[in-house]
Design a protein around this ligand. Structure first.
Ligand code: FES
Length: 323
């Protein structure tokens, strides 16, 4: 899509039109979004998400689950979550075919990296980013297995489509008493396998613990909600230098780096402010960040070359960031 010619909302983001809204499981609807002028949409890769601004102050990220080779349409699947901040209820109850919605992204914090094979683990609506990964693995003729669980079969989006993959896709509804043995499947995964997990907190935590002894980088996971954050490691102030402007800020340990940078007149994009969406990612040029996000894995953290200033701080006396 050419931003200069695309339809743009008052907020400056492209406004896409809903052209289809379809129930695909109990409590789950799928939206198809297109550019109202018929322009191509930005390319994306499996694992990517877009951010919908549904009304003032109500934004939410959704994984793309359609055909990545279709440049004209995005698809997302939305679970009705009555306990959430209202985004899913707005989509289910108010957003209609023909409406426009501001869309940011695509952005990808859950990139499908090259591997000899893939073990894909989904809980509930966590299936959505894995659907394009299955298509990609199939296209590349790489071995893959999906382990997909949910409470009841009728609430599990895409479960019916999985039967076409035979033994590749193991679908379990826990109300039948049938449970996946994730630990055994992870244990049996060949070393060249990459494991992708998206699902509820308890599932992701369990998979992380089962993968603890595997080589770093073998597991990638995406969470629905931010992990509980530890207190900042520092108890003393530190300096943040903004390399592009040369500005130097002195921050207290409890202060938000994002807020301090923005208050200094340097714009930084942000969305979730929880270390979950990746919007505020900023390269680190020197110093050691105190990573408190829910995105980076252990190996990515050790590189100390990027951080998420909405939640992360500094572990060293000084941090130089590319802002
Ligand atoms: S704003 Fe979402 S990760 Fe920082």
């Amino acid at each position: 899509m050419n931003p200069a010619t695309s339809s743009t909302s008052a907020g400056g983001r492209p406004a896409l039109r809903v052209t289809e809204k379809k129930s695909i499981a109990a409590g789950v609807c799928r939206l198809t979004l297109v550019d109202p002028r018929g322009e191509r949409l930005p390319d994306w890769e499996p694992g990517a998400h877009i951010e919908l601004t549904l009304r003032q102050g109500l934004t939410r990220q959704y994984s793309l689950c359609g055909d990545r080779w279709d440049p004209m349409a995005y698809q997302i699947a939305v679970l009705r979550e009555p306990s959430s901040r209202g985004a899913s209820e707005y989509i289910h109850d108010e957003l209609s075919v023909g409406d426009s919605v501001e869309v940011g992204g695509p952005r990808n914090n859950f990139r499908m990296v090259p591997a000899e094979g893939y073990l894909l683990i989904a809980g509930g609506i966590g299936i959505t980013p894995l659907i394009p990964m299955i298509a990609q693995a199939e296209m590349m003729n790489l071995p893959w297995t999906l382990l997909y669980s949910g409470r009841q079969l009728e609430t599990m989006a895409f479960a019916d489509q999985m039967s076409e993959y035979g033994a590749h896709a193991v679908v379990r509804a826990t109300d039948t008493g049938d449970r996946l043995d994730l630990a055994a499947s992870i244990e049996a995964a060949p070393r060249g396998t990459k494991i992708y997990c998206c699902g509820p907190e308890a599932m992701v935590d369990a998979v992380e613990s089962y993968c603890a002894r595997l080589p770093a980088g073998m597991l990638r996971r995406e969470r629905f909600a931010a992990k509980e954050r530890q207190a900042p490691v520092r108890s003393l102030p530190y300096e943040v230098e903004l390399a592009q402007t040369g500005k130097r800020l002195v921050l207290q340990p409890g202060e938000s780096v994002l807020d301090a940078v923005v208050a200094a007149g340097v714009p930084l994009l942000a969305s979730c402010r929880e270390g979950l969406c990746g919007t505020c990612e900023t390269p680190v040029l020197a110093g050691v960040p105190d990573h408190r996000d829910s995105i980076l894995d252990a190996r990515e953290r050790e590189r100390n070359d990027t951080f998420f200033p909405c939640v992360s701080r500094a572990a060293s006396d000084r941090l130089v960031i590319d802002a």
